[in-house]
Design a protein around this ligand. Structure first.
Ligand SMILES: [Zn+2]
Length: 172
């Protein structure tokens, strides 16, 4: 059963609000997106992928990332200080096809981003040049506020890679 709240209206009529109706503004509703790069020859000075939250009212939680690199190297995830970067635009694709379809975010591949706040270094675990892909799990811990970003760098020169960030927005 709903809890009923009765308010007196302007003309003396009554307006009934129901708790269930209020819950349609679910503070915890998730709006999930995937940002997936096409392969590119990434310069040493450029990054693989960066996603910046542009929403002043929603967190962006990146819950997992996929990275494939064709060289023996380290891969560094970091949270740079906000700036305006240029690169190849990556469109966020909504995973909930019934939800919002435009992510309030900017995503770029092959952008020159100054590295700061490294949160994770992983290696490709290859002794020689080979093909290596892996998933990275962040769980619910990684939360981006307004103009916060997550990015990754490929430390060695790679000629091909694939990557994706998967995350969701929710109201703060
Ligand atoms: Zn959050």
């Amino acid at each position: 059963m709903s809890n009923e709240i009765t308010l007196a209206g302007y003309s003396g009529s009554q307006v009934d609000l129901y708790e269930n109706a209020l819950l349609t503004q679910d503070q915890d509703e998730r709006e999930p997106f995937s940002w997936t790069t096409v392969t590119a020859d990434i310069d040493l000075t450029d990054n693989g992928l960066i996603v910046t939250n542009n929403s002043t009212s929603k967190h962006l939680h990146i819950i997992r990332a996929f990275v494939f690199i064709d060289v023996t190297t380290a891969i560094e995830f970091y949270m740079p200080v906000f700036a305006t970067w240029t690169g190849t635009a990556v469109t966020g694709i909504p995973l909930n096809r019934a939800g919002i379809n435009i992510a309030p975010a900017t995503a770029l591949s092959d952008a020159n981003v100054a590295q700061a706040n490294v949160i994770l270094r992983i290696a490709t675990n290859e002794l020689t040049t080979g093909q290596h892909g892996q998933w990275v799990e962040f769980g619910d811990n990684l939360a981006l506020g307004y103009h916060d970003s997550l990015a990754f760098d490929i430390v060695a020169e790679s000629t091909a890679f694939y990557s994706a960030f998967i995350g969701y927005f929710h109201n703060n």
